[in-house]
Design a protein around this ligand. Structure first.
Ligand code: HEC
Length: 152
């Protein structure tokens, strides 16, 4: 009896320690930017009038992840994963105000927090949501651990 309750206490302590160790880094790290929830709305507010379904100025459309990906596939400079300052998409937002290439064109620069969100998203890997439903049906979402359950 005494032995088993000692064992339980030890087990609990270990479990709590493990839990705490597991959650600590998550609290320190910046939360991951979500493309659909945080980036796409910025494009819709500031960019799609020129880079959307109707107009694709500079051959760039930003109204969906798939549209962005199409341009990105054709032009690797658009986004250099991990390096906003090498990514055209980010660089255009931080050019001097009198530079004609600054985006959004003919409008006020984006608020700093939106520029930072886009920068963070690129730093964190510029992850786009799994493209079309047709594709995600065959490819499992990459966040799932690989299914190597032993066969039963
Ligand atoms: C008023 C219209 C307008 C708006 C709004 C606008 N753009 Fe543009 N954009 C253009 C035009 C025109 C070009 C092509 C000429 C050039 O390269 O400057 C362009 C080109 C670009 C390019 C370069 C594409 C390439 O490879 O040639 C990027 C990147 C870009 N825009 C990003 C953005 C982003 C991000 C936003 C929103 C924050 C935005 N633009 C808003 C008009 C606009």
């Amino acid at each position: 009896m005494i032995r088993s309750s000692w064992f339980l206490t030890a087990l609990l302590t270990t479990a709590i320690a493990l839990l705490m160790a597991g959650s600590a880094p998550a609290e320190e790290a910046k939360e991951n930017v979500d493309f659909e929830k945080q980036i796409l709305p910025i494009f819709h507010e500031h960019c799609v009038s020129c880079h959307g379904e109707k107009k694709g100025l500079g051959k760039l459309r930003l109204h969906t992840a798939a549209a962005l990906k199409k341009k990105w596939d054709a032009d690797a400079h658009l986004i250099v994963v991990g390096e906003p300052e090498k990514s055209d998409l980010y660089e255009r937002l931080v050019l001097p105000a009198d530079n004609k290439k600054r985006m959004p064109k003919k409008a006020d620069p984006l608020p700093q927090e939106k520029i930072d969100l886009i920068g963070d998203w690129i730093k964190q890997g510029a992850v786009l949501p799994a493209a079309e439903p047709a594709q995600s049906a065959t490819a499992p979402p990459s966040t799932e651990p690989a299914g190597d359950k032993p066969a039963e």
